[in-house]
Design a protein. Sequence first.
Length: 181
Amino acid sequence: MDTTSNEKKQYASVPPMTIDPQKQYTAVVKMEKGEEFLINLYADKAPITVNSFVFLAREGYFDGVTFHRVLEGFMAQGGDPTGTGRGGPGYQFENEDSDLEFDRAGIVAMANAGRDTNGSQFFITFAPTPHLNGGYTIFGQVVKGMPVVNNIKRRDPSRNPDFPGDAIKSILIEESEISAA
């Protein structure tokens, strides 16, 4: 797929469930700049969301996509192939509520335009953001490489920046058995 194009495949519906919520999924996010960070995905707490993220990552959907909205002290938002904050995969799905909270940096959640409008856009917090509790599906935690996330170029599309955001080169999904602790 040509990653220089903002045109990505559109899908008619939410992908069928292909993950096993009893397994551990990890996303290795490789940035165009050469750095990477690791996200543990919460398949047991947000199976629909993780399934969609895993599907899109395996399809190469996020390859070349920028972090289009990155606000100091708040979060880095990506997953929109148009880079405008209005793009998505062609489908939407419901929020998944759990006991997870925005209580630390590195929380990964779905961005949305209101409840049950999740698609491909996600964000990663730079700090605790408890005011977001209950409004967004949390589906992961950055467990390695948080300095990479913290160094994503700040970019506020509402201020009409004349530069692109930092781009994702690829997201590799790793699946493993959950080890007994």
